[in-house]
Design a protein around this ligand. Sequence first.
Ligand code: IPM
Ligand code: MG
Length: 359
Amino acid sequence: MDASQQIPSIVLLPGDGIGPEIVAAARTLLDAVGAYEYAEHPIGGVAIDETGSALPESTLAACRKADAVLLGAVGGPKWDTTDPDAPRPEQGLLGLRKGLGLYANLRPVKPIDALLDSSPLRRERIAGTDLLVVRELTGGIYFGRKEREPDSAVDECVYTRAEVERIALAAFDAARRRAGDTGKPRVTSVDKANVLETSRLWREVVTGLATEHGDIELDHLLVDNCAMQLVSDPTRFDVIVTENMFGDILSDEAAMLTGSLGMLPSASLGEDGPGVFEPVHGSAPDIAGTGAANPLATFLSAAMMLRHGLGDPDGAERIETAVERALGSGLRTADLHTGTGDERPVGTEEMTDAVLGAL
Ligand code: IPM
Ligand code: MG
């Protein structure tokens, strides 16, 4: 950044559980990479406790004005309820995505060499995996009409042509970026077109767009088949584009290809305005406050924030390389520990120091 430019403003939303620990760690890392202005706001369970709402108006307003938003995690047993009228921490996250128009969720899955043995899947199977899940984030069953009677419930799933088009185009763009000048952009569209009407619309729209974008090599998979192939043949995938709930489920599954859900970052982007960057994992209330949380998915999310939100691809690469080095030196948080070789078990603080040292 040149000096004439303003210092980028980042809203930190630590949230619940391990959220505050990993976001604080990410902040020290960001401070070592560049100069940023921060503002911290409540979201999720802590926001419910403070204000009665999981997404206070002031939090959303602050995010709208920021250059980027870094989020920890929301939720925990304290706020778990089946009462349809009670506020839920997840409403904070969903409201934020909708409120900022973040329809495109990017979840890259690429195992780091040093972790190939941390996955429950065999090294030979996952080596060479390098895929990106592009998840539609503001439509579908998550945001349809909901109804609850004592003995029945409804979650409506709606997609419009325009919603499918814009996420498909986002996936095409991502595939092109990944292919570079020499490769062929490949996209796998995932649906349940043998059963769902929304999926038939999805398939029709994506197929039509791909004929207009002749450089894109497109194939279609049913979601159950995709779930199977993600573990049987993960290297076959490049960009996967799919609707909201399928993307939620498939991205958790794909995360295990990297050794731990604790490794997966994400970026949620809209047409313009700030993006939200967050680890894919949850708030891990069982280890909150013990200093054991793996901060790496948040570090990698901070890297995505630099790349996609703040126009600093070099800073992003510095963080990514530093994370690889820390892991390469054998440090493992509890979620990554396999108990073999010369691994050294560490907590959040030691891992953070190691990444800082490797910058
Ligand atoms: C995710 C999470 C959220 C989702 C929850 C917390 C609402 O699982 O970001 O994948 O389902 O989108
Ligand atoms: Mg999820």
